[in-house]
Design a protein around this ligand. Sequence first.
Ligand SMILES: CC(C)(COP(=O)(O)OP(=O)(O)OC[C@H]1O[C@@H](n2cnc3c(N)ncnc32)[C@H](O)[C@@H]1OP(=O)(O)O)[C@@H](O)C(=O)NCCC(=O)NCCS
Length: 178
Amino acid sequence: MMLETPRLILRPFRDEDIDLLAKMMANPDFMRFSLGPYTREQTQTVLQKFLSWNQAVLPSQFAVIFRGNNELIGYCGFLHQQVDGTKEIEIGYRLHRQYWNKGLATEAARAVRDHAFADLKLPRVISLIHPDNLPSRRVAEKNGMKLEKQTVFRGFPTLVFASTREQWLEERADLHRC
Ligand SMILES: CC(C)(COP(=O)(O)OP(=O)(O)OC[C@H]1O[C@@H](n2cnc3c(N)ncnc32)[C@H](O)[C@@H]1OP(=O)(O)O)[C@@H](O)C(=O)NCCC(=O)NCCS
């Protein structure tokens, strides 16, 4: 499955993305508000996880390709999480710093949300965000998510933003009424 937006293509990850992904995940800016820069081995584990979800036809991360230069500039898509004892599907995103503040994460996240609700018919998606991560909070808001609660996730203070399919359907119905 591939998702297309005006400036981006979101396609499934492939084995050969390892070099570029490892380069990005070794960068502290790309890895802000996570566990810090990853080694190539750690990135390989992450990539294998995404590929295994693809193979199992489970919601997975997409490689984000910038149409302007056909480059892989980050990822946006689904992660399988357990939050306060409940299984959740998260929309997560990271972009190369050079591409920040151009609305690209929002463009990608909206496409992923629409895919979640329109195609996969997921009842609910969340985003887990460190309270200090203001750009990411803004992306979640622009993606129609509502702040649900603050919790502790993997030892870090974490805001849970959530959006339900029901809400999304209502908002779309409103749009079509105007
Ligand atoms: C979070 C991230 C994906 C956002 O990507 P992006 O393409 O720059 O996001 P967008 O351009 O769509 O939106 C960013 C918004 O944050 C705002 N913003 C940026 N820096 C900000 C700051 N320091 N304080 C407040 N708002 C800020 C921008 O103005 C914009 O909002 P606006 O459209 O209302 O003006 C990117 O910063 C990133 O990859 N960060 C490192 C990884 C990360 O934190 N991922 C999220 C983990 S939960």
